[in-house]
Write a protein that binds this ligand. Structure first.
Ligand code: MF3
Ligand code: CO
Length: 248
């Protein structure tokens, strides 16, 4: 069941989202060769606490950490590690913030030091594909329009779109209806209505979209070992167009 949110609820989620965006901006300053994703994890815990917020992922379905930290060929749900990042790596940090009861969810991929041209292009196209998906998230459009906008652009740039993980509704809990596919056909799927709050979170791979699951049963990585990137925003669908809740 898709629940529609009131203006007040959306404002509260926006406050959580602004704090999440600020957290990402702090992480951006920290990322350099030699840092570990464990240090980022500890920073996030402390920063959220200082701002009266909590990391919603910690304890979610047995997940143990505030952040997911997915390096290079890891698609998503990587565990924070005490291993140093090195020049040329890419790392996706994904987190969900709860502030005054309201949730927001956002992931960014960061380059560590100088990264290759190919890696930078993957990051740029992945971010742009998210914004193309957001632009399609207007009242009266359908979910398939979002997926199609992402897929047609990403595949046109010769990257593949991960199928095994999706965006989702978000509200009282982190994962609600609807499921938001990052591929699809225009004009198909549920109609978008004012008051829907969803995440759009395309994961793009340099090679095949197929994945393999690690033995920890959480971390997904590309089947061919090539790079994967992700950008995610939480957005509200309003009569004035989509509002990104996890930016300024
Ligand atoms: N933030 C993720 C999402 O985009 C969820 C992470 S799963 C968790 O849907 F278990 F780590 F929380
Ligand atoms: Co997320």
């Amino acid at each position: 069941m898709i629940t529609l949110k009131s203006e007040r609820e959306i404002e509260m989620m926006h406050e959580a989202g602004k704090l999440l965006a600020a957290t990402h901006r702090e992480i951006a300053k920290m990322i350099k060769p030699g840092i570990t994703t464990w240090e980022i994890e500890e920073f996030v815990e402390k920063f959220l606490k200082e701002h009266g917020a909590t990391p919603e992922q910690k304890g979610y379905q047995g997940y143990k950490y505030a952040t997911c930290a997915s390096v290079n060929d890891e698609i998503c749900h990587g565990f924070p590690q005490k291993k140093a990042l090195k020049e040329g790596d890419i790392v996706t940090i994904d987190m969900v913030v709860r502030l005054n009861g309201a949730l927001a969810d956002s992931a960014w991929t960061y380059g560590v030091g100088e990264i290759s041209k190919d890696a930078q292009r993957l990051l740029d196209v992945t971010k742009e594909s998210l914004y193309k998906g957001i632009a399609a998230a207007t009242v009266g459009n359908r979910l398939g329009d979002i997926g199609h906008a992402i897929q047609s652009y990403a595949e046109g740039e010769k990257f593949s779109v991960v199928r095994d993980f999706t965006g989702h509704g978000i509200g009282e809990s982190m994962h609600e209806d609807p499921t938001v596919l990052h591929y699809g056909k225009p004009g198909k799927g549920a109609r978008l209505k004012e008051g829907m709050v969803i995440t759009i979170e395309p994961m793009l791979n340099a090679g095949t979209w197929h994945m393999k699951m690690d033995r920890n049963n959480w971390t997904a990585r590309t089947a061919d070992g090539q790079l994967s990137a992700q950008y995610e925003h939480t957005i509200a669908i309003t009569k004035n167009g989509p509002i990104i809740l996890t930016e300024q």
